[in-house]
Write a protein that binds this ligand. Structure first.
Ligand code: APR
Length: 173
């Protein structure tokens, strides 16, 4: 069955999926934004596990428990160094590695935020293009993933992702 890509507006910590993706830094120190919401709602076990695993490489991705979240796991996508900025390459690598981790763990469903576009200051449109391109590339090979969600925090971000997806789909034809 083909994997479905979905676009939702909402709070990623509310998603009942196998794994939600954290917009992480290489230290795996959960700060504000998505990480802050995960820390608050997921409880202390997530940061405790991050402290044992981190630091990871720039562009890397690490799996921890989902703690008290509805999601069973969190995949921490390190698109930036603490205090640094997300680049196109580090974003692409972190998304690719996140999808690899999901496949390794045989996850069926995963939810991504717009990584890099908050504290890390990465442009939303370029983020959408890179993240959707990496998802489409991943889906060309065998994967356990049946549903990939992009969970955006406001209407503008949702619209950017949906329009970018349409453009990439029409280009693919
Ligand atoms: N659900 C979905 N999206 C969210 C949520 C949420 N609960 N909270 C914030 N966002 C959106 C933001 O509006 C932004 O568009 O997620 C996007 C990513 O924003 P950040 O979480 O700030 O992530 P990023 O820009 O990648 O910066 C990561 O910030 O919080 C620290 O520890 C974190 O060092 C890391 C850095």
């Amino acid at each position: 069955m083909p994997t479905r890509i979905h676009f939702h507006k909402g709070d990623i910590t509310e998603m009942a999926v196998d794994a939600i993706v954290n917009a992480a830094n290489t230290d795996l120190a959960l700060g504000a934004g998505v990480a802050g919401a995960i820390r608050r709602k997921g409880g202390p076990r997530i940061q405790e596990e991050c402290d044992r695993i981190g630091p990871i490489d720039l562009g890397g991705a690490a799996v921890t428990t989902g703690g008290n979240l509805k999601a069973l796991y969190v995949i921490h996508a390190a698109s930036m160094r603490l205090g640094g900025r997300t680049t196109a390459d580090s974003l692409r690598q972190s998304v690719r590695n996140t999808l690899e981790r999901a496949e390794e763990k045989a996850f069926k469903s995963i939810a991504f935020p717009a990584i890099g576009t908050g504290v890390a200051g990465f442009p939303m449109e370029e983020c959408a293009r890179i993240m959707i391109e990496e998802a489409q590339t991943h889906l060309k090979s065998r994967t356990s993933l049946e549903d990939i969600y992009f969970v955006l925090y406001d209407d503008a971000a949702l619209q950017t992702f949906e329009q970018t997806y349409k453009q990439l789909q029409s280009r693919a034809k």
